[in-house]
Design a protein around this ligand. Structure first.
Ligand code: GLN
Length: 281
């Protein structure tokens, strides 16, 4: 890949190569070099002059090629940090996004720290949201639902890895496996990308079933607006993520389907990315 085998120069080289495919090329270069030598990232700063042997260089070259071919780093490493938790991810699940931490933060405000409660996460995927909530609220019992058995297997492994015993995962379509139960707090990061969205080209390695929704991206949210009330406790709160351009339409949709206190909440960039609504009591 280069003349030099030094950590320092390889990081520079990989950073430049990743620039066209990554928003954080330097970070990803660090992580790939650290993986190649099987050391934590911190090792790189202390040993910039170390040289990679043939095996390490071969691993680095092949993983950089995979990354350049559009594979997310999280699928290459099998890990993604979310809410400071190390989560396992596979191509069966969406890679957890930092912006979804906003949904977690908002949900936590609704869940008591020192009382029993129950939380439902619809379309849980890798279980990122469910695990973060269960981690922060040990008295809450969290249920994650996903239609994909492969995703459920990943979510279960994450719960085990984090040693969380206050959550469970069930396979099924939205509220279908939930039965007669009702929850005071329901969260979701449903698929909401429109089928013709240009951004999908860059997301082609992630499961379309977790990203794309019909009806200009609003199809799943329409279904949720309709079915969630039947499993939401009276006065309960539903919080979900969506695209910034969808906020107005979602606001109108919820208001016209009997939801109250409908509120759109912005992310750190000031974009309206989460909607919170209450079921009339
Ligand atoms: N936020 C994702 C994106 O990168 C979409 C996630 C989703 O559809 N739930 O577009």
């Amino acid at each position: 890949m280069s003349e030099s085998r030094e950590i320092r120069s390889l990081i520079d080289l990989v950073t430049e190569r990743l620039r066209p495919v990554s928003e954080t090329p330097r970070l990803e270069a660090d992580l790939l070099v650290a993986r190649a030598i099987n050391m934590p990232r911190s090792y790189l700063f202390a040993h910039p002059d170390d040289e990679l042997d043939d095996g390490a260089l071969g691993r680095l070259t092949s993983e950089v090629e995979r990354r350049l071919d559009g594979e997310p780093l999280a699928y290459i490493s099998g890990m993604k940090e979310f809410w400071s938790l190390e989560l396992m991810v596979t191509p069966a699940t969406l890679v957890p996004r930092p912006e979804t931490e906003r949904l977690v933060e908002l949900a936590l405000r609704e869940i008591p720290l020192k009382e029993h409660s129950a939380v439902l996460d619809l379309g849980t995927g890798s279980g990122a949201i469910a695990c973060a909530i269960a981690w922060e609220r040990r008295m809450a019992h969290v249920t994650g639902v996903d239609i994909s058995a492969d995703a459920i297997a990943v979510a279960e492994q994450n719960a085990r890895q984090l040693d969380l015993d206050n959550l469970r995962f069930v396979e099924g379509s939205w509220i279908e496996p939930v039965g007669e139960l009702s929850y005071p707090v329901i969260v979701s990061n449903p698929p909401y990308v429109a089928e013709d969205d240009q951004a999908l080209a860059a997301l082609k390695r992630e499961p379309a079933s977790a990203l794309v929704a019909p009806e200009n991206g609003l199809g799943c949210i329409r279904v949720l607006a309709e079915v969630v009330p039947s499993v939401l406790a009276e006065g309960g709160v539903f919080l979900f993520e969506h695209g910034a351009g969808q906020a107005e339409e979602i606001d109108a949709l919820l208001k016209s389907t009997g939801w109250t206190e409908v509120e759109t909440i912005t992310d750190l960039a000031g974009l309206p990315r989460v909607t919170r609504a209450r079921r009339e009591s």
